[in-house]
Design a protein around this ligand. Structure first.
Ligand code: FES
Ligand code: FES
Length: 179
């Protein structure tokens, strides 16, 4: 066993882990962050996406020991990180308002990846959003409204539309992601 110390959602944890323990299993089973989910365990679906030192990673593709001494943010710690004192992050608000989810299983990973995308590119085109999310799969095929949600969040975060006051409309149509 190896001792690791990781700051998760602002709280420091020190735990003994096996060298082979995946970060996603450490987060869920040891730290209790079950908001981060496992969709495939083979780094294909993106459901397990978290931020490691502020950048998105698929936590089934990272060993817990690799996070030793680093900072992890999960979907459970995202609220308040946009300086909103505990309120939902604008990306969470946008996914809610634009109906960017159906079963919700992909949503934690989608939101974490989308936040990283906007950090890199605060004003992405639709094509850039689709390309930025291509590593995240939605088995409900709800990509249309997911893209709308990211557009709404980008507008809110740029100040063009205040968070929570977006005007994106929900559309029930489904489509495959294209890039
Ligand atoms: Fe990590 Fe699917 S569970 S990419
Ligand atoms: Fe069901 Fe995306 S909303 S997998």
């Amino acid at each position: 066993m190896t001792r690791i110390t990781v700051k998760v959602d602002g709280v420091e944890y020190s735990d003994d882990v096996e060298p082979r323990t995946l970060l996603v299993h450490y987060l869920r089973e040891t730290v209790g962050k079950t908001g981060t989910v496992v969709g495939c365990d083979t780094s294909n679906c993106g459901a397990c996406t978290v931020h490691l030192d502020g950048r998105s990673v698929k936590s089934c593709n990272v060993l817990a020991v690799q996070a030793d001494g680093h900072e992890v943010t999960t979907i459970e710690g995202l609220a308040g990180t946009a300086g909103s004192d505990g309120a939902l992050h604008p990306m969470q608000v946008a996914f809610h308002e634009a109906h960017g989810l159906q079963c919700g299983y992909c949503t934690p990973g989608m939101i974490m990846q989308a936040c990283d995308l906007l950090k890199e590119n605060p004003d992405p085109t639709e094509a850039e959003i689709r390309e930025g999310l291509e590593g995240n799969l939605c088995r409900c095929t709800g990509y249309h409204n997911i893209v709308k949600a990211v557009q709404q969040a980008a507008a809110a975060m740029s100040g063009a539309v205040s968070a929570g006051a977006g005007t994106a409309t929900a559309e029930p149509d489904r489509e495959e992601v294209t890039s």
